[in-house]
Design a protein around this ligand. Structure first.
Ligand SMILES: NC(=O)c1ccc[n+]([C@@H]2O[C@H](COP(=O)([O-])OP(=O)(O)OC[C@H]3O[C@@H](n4cnc5c(N)ncnc54)[C@H](O)[C@@H]3O)[C@@H](O)[C@H]2O)c1
Length: 285
């Protein structure tokens, strides 16, 4: 089966690689030639890493690579049985993309968005085929993360959800079906958890290191919530928190003021070199 992946960024390249490794022919599309070139480089080094660790053979890596083609712009995709969109997290961009995809994909195709925080039901409406539409929420880095949340939108048909679940299983991931509610399952629980750790830090409950150590040692978390915030990116965590707060209107999702201040100061975590920890040398806030 041919899979079309729209958007060749962090997620799109991971999804394309995973589908190709499972034996699907994949066409990966982007508007930017530079993004396609970066994606080809990222997929080549990821496949090489997997082969080096003997997770896959060198032959499997070569075959997967050969199954992926890239295309610049959104042209004829009528031969794609599955279409997965992973463009920027903006409702306007998704509207433009899905309005165009409605014209270039076949009626029978399974349609999916990888959105983390937007309404799948709203994006489905842009496709003109909401019954064939659902969310497929992959996690980063896609080749390593087992879960895909299959999101049932308001007008997704049962057949669509079942096909999506089977497709996800077929590419070696574990599907968990959930309803189209903000944050789905993982972010709905994880975002407030990180946010609460920042509230606790601001209230002087304990230091950064003590809060993280307490959750590692007392709750068996693999890493502490503030380490996790730095890994995810404080800007990404804050945007997710704001989306949950706005959508539910529940004060339990109120973003911690310290989180906002740190984002304003450019302390975004690992990617900026400084967050709750200092990645350029000494620890600090
Ligand atoms: N990064 C994550 O950890 C993560 C995790 C789960 C889900 N998501 C979701 O996946 C989606 C993509 O996120 P990302 O981190 O890969 O973003 P990204 O910025 O790395 O990549 C987005 C890509 O979309 C392309 N694009 C933008 N407009 C386009 C258009 N009109 N047509 C074709 N391509 C277009 C861009 O050129 C870019 O290459 C978002 O909806 C995001 O919420 C991200």
């Amino acid at each position: 089966m041919k899979v079309a992946v729209i958007g060749a960024g962090t997620m799109g390249s991971g999804i394309a690689q995973t589908c190709a490794l499972a034996g699907h022919d994949v066409v990966l599309l982007d508007l930017e030639d530079a993004a396609l070139a970066r994606a080809r480089g990222a997929m080549a080094s990821s496949l090489e890493r997997l082969a080096r660790k003997e997770t896959i053979t060198a032959e499997e890596a070569r075959e997967a690579s050969a199954r992926i083609t890239t295309q610049s712009g959104l042209h004829d995709l009528h031969d794609a049985g599955v279409v997965i969109e992973a463009v920027y997290e903006s409702i306007d961009v998704k509207r433009t993309v899905w309005t165009r995809l409605a014209e270039v994909t076949s009626d029978g195709a399974l349609l999916a968005t990888n959105t983390s925080s937007l309404s799948v039901t709203e994006i489905a409406s842009f496709s003109g085929r909401p019954a064939r539409f659902c969310g497929m929420h992959f996690f980063n880095p896609v080749p390593m993360m087992a879960l895909v949340e299959v999101v049932r939108a308001l007008r997704s048909s049962d057949e669509t959800v079942e096909q999506a679940r089977a497709f996800v299983e077929g590419i070696g991931k574990t599907p968990i079906v959930c309803e189209d509610k903000p944050g789905f399952i993982v972010n709905r629980l994880l975002v407030p958890y990180i946010n609460d750790a920042v509230h606790a830090l601001s209230e002087g409950v304990a230091s950064v290191e003590e809060i993280d150590a307490a959750m590692r040692l007392g709750a068996n978390m693999p890493i502490g919530p503030l380490q996790l915030a730095d890994l995810v990116g404080l800007d990404v965590g804050l945007a997710a928190g704001k989306a949950l707060f706005e959508e539910f209107g529940d004060p339990k999702f109120r973003p911690a003021p310290l989180m906002k201040q740190m984002v304003r100061a450019g302390k975004l975590g690992r990617k900026s070199g400084e967050g709750f920890y200092d990645y350029q040398g000494k620890d600090g806030r």
